[in-house]
Design a protein around this ligand. Sequence first.
Ligand SMILES: [Fe+2]
Length: 383
Amino acid sequence: MPIYHTLGQMPRKRHIVFRQGNGALYAEELIGNKGFVGPSSLLYHIQQPTQIRATRTLRALAWKEETDREFRHRHFRTARLGTTSSITADRIPLLFNDDVAMSFVAPTGEDDFYYRNAQGDEVVYVSDGSGTLETQLGQIPFDRGDYLVIPRGILHHYIFASPVRCLVIESRGYVRTPKRYRNEHGQLTESAPFSERDIRRPVNQLARDERGEFRIVVKKDARLTEFVLDHHPFDVVGWDGYYYPWAFNIADFEPRVGRVHLPPPTHQTFEGDNFVICSFCPRPYDFDPQAVPVPYNHSNVMSDEVLYYASSEFMSRKGIEYGSVTLHPDGVPHGPHPGRTEASLGQKETTELAVMLDTFHPLRVSTQALDVEDRDYYRSWIE
Ligand SMILES: [Fe+2]
């Protein structure tokens, strides 16, 4: 994020002597992407972050796609996937390509390890539940409707106040706010649908000074590897920079309404490499007396369109439920279900809530998604 942030203690200048009360030097660490030229932060550890006691491979995470790739509109019911153990290690793959991957997770409890994704940025949409995201760079309390944006390499751990259900989007490239919302200096402009004030940055630097055995699980090269440290990994006393986890609640997105229907890019929230994420929020409908509120049919040429239905209301679709994921691939037109266009005329508002992922390269369907697929969905436009 292009907002400078700082928490805790640090020396007057970077890369100068900074001592602890016992006379030992704090260990300075740069984290960021693109080496020394991308967005980064400087952290000050009590212990050396390089001290690893043991390491072992836990398991491969290679995602498997359906054997015979089916080309049609798809519908998967994530509410029927059931729970798994870990919010970080046991996500259920749904859709993926080389740029971005979507999974779903409803964990049964908290992890007894710390987690770092070293192969992608994460956008975790909290569909249900609440808690605190603890990181080396401080804490972020979260609640239903939050997008938690965790750039790659940031060590973290979730604490739950109530059971959570999360849609997880992992990105090979850096996740950022859309460029067209920012001025040439990086600030979100007055016409953007949210502002820096809506972006929640970490609070409460943890600075844990504890010795013992602490397990870290790192995702890299599509597998999980465990590292054992001899000290608490959240031993950072302070940091500053532009590289840190942040949160944005979908209810803080300021939806746009036109005299007639506005297309989905109006709802764009995040930008990645070869994909966008949009938020469809409750809003008044278009205000021309002749306006057709539901979208017109469209063919997403060179784009696959995925919707996660964060409530059971959606103006143009039938047969979907809370937690539904639909995939409308490039090459087949889609649009409102029969009767929905007529029924929408004269309506004043919508209560829909949905997260959209549009990818510029085709998505593949995981084998696990097939277990909860509504296989007749593609026929649901027939009256
Ligand atoms: Fe669409």
